[in-house]
Ligand binder design. Structure first.
Ligand code: MEV
Length: 316
């Protein structure tokens, strides 16, 4: 047998980091995906061909985490490779960088490819659970938001809890965004640990920030439902401020966020773990999207032009 599967990249539109502490967050799958292929080999164990395009150092820096992640998923699926091994190949149009869901996309793609190769019929929920186990290899105690977006696609309201809450937010029309890559590979585990440390050290200050983040999530959900992009942009700007206050932004992220706003983006913020990685700018309409992307590219950064709120299909 052989197997194939995909996982989408993602952009967190509201409340990365806060989501780890059960504050609601809003995430969207994006129109880029990782494709995993699994094929039998004539020896035991597994080997990997990682053909994904990536930010320099991304793959090198994450190689140990990637091995751990794949082993975790194999174990979770009770797969026995002691006689017949397999080769996993990763490719697809998702350019790997921090903050764009590259690890989650690969976990979901691999889980799907393994289930096909070993003829294990799985629901999306089960794929999501396996990918979550894989995500632990990359960042210890993930909230589960990335693998959820990567598995199910669309725009999602997500709350971490015993049984994570996941509600689709349906938009009439998907809306354009630009993602800007700082080119800096960041370690999500470190970023999350830093927030935890400071939160314990300054409980009152952090409580105030977290309360506002929670408030913003509800306001943003209403604004999405009314397709009030001006309001969403304003809330994104405020969300970025809160992320700066919990010290997960960086000079490059702040620079790009300002640049995007100066060129007409309705709002912009860092997205994902921060400390490098990606930012996201809300740019309704193709013209504004091009204008903001061009301004960012002129400064030497890479961009991804995509939409949030589309129900995703391959090649979407
Ligand atoms: C990383 O994409 C998002 C974080 O909130 C971590 C997590 O939710 O697991 C920073």
């Amino acid at each position: 047998m052989s197997g194939e599967g995909i996982g989408f990249g993602k952009a967190i539109v509201f409340n990365e980091h806060f989501v780890v502490y059960k504050i609601p967050a809003i995430v969207s799958a994006i129109g880029k995906y990782t494709l995993a292929k699994v094929e039998p080999i004539n020896r035991s164990g597994w080997k990997l061909n990682d053909n994904r395009k990536a930010t320099p150092r991304y793959k090198e820096d994450k190689i140990d985490q990637q091995k751990d992640s794949i082993n975790r998923m194999i174990q979770k699926m009770d797969i026995d490779l002691s006689k017949n091994g397999m080769e996993i190949t990763l490719e697809g149009n998702l350019y790997c960088a921090s903050g764009i869901g590259a690890s989650a996309a690969s976990c979901v793609a691999i889980a799907r490819a393994l289930s096909q190769h070993f003829q294990i019929t799985l629901t999306d929920e089960e794929i999501n659970d396996i990918a979550y186990e894989g995500e632990k290899g990359y960042h210890g105690t993930p909230s589960g938001i990335d693998n959820t977006a990567s598995t199910f696609g669309g725009l999602i309201w997500f709350e971490k809890s015993e049984n994570n809450v996941m509600d689709k937010i349906e938009l009439q029309n998907p809306v354009e965004i630009v993602m800007g890559n700082t080119g800096k590979v960041a370690d999500t585990t470190k970023a999350v640990a830093g927030v935890r440390e400071r939160k314990e050290k300054y409980p009152e200050k952090y409580k105030e920030i977290f309360d506002r983040a929670e408030n913003i999530a509800y306001l943003a959900k209403d604004a999405f439902q009314g397709e009030d992009y001006k309001e969403i942009g304003k809330l994104m700007n405020e969300n970025h401020k809160l992320l700066q206050q919990i010290e997960v932004s960086s000079r490059e992220l702040d620079f790009m966020v300002k640049l995007a706003r100066d060129h007409g983006a309705l709002g912009a913020k860092l997205t994902g773990g921060g400390l490098g990685g990606n930012m996201i700018a809300l740019t309704p309409g193709k013209d504004l999207q091009d204008k903001v992307a061009n301004a960012i590219e002129k400064e030497g950064f890479q961009t991804v032009k995509t939409v949030v709120g589309a129900s995703r299909k391959v090649n979407d």
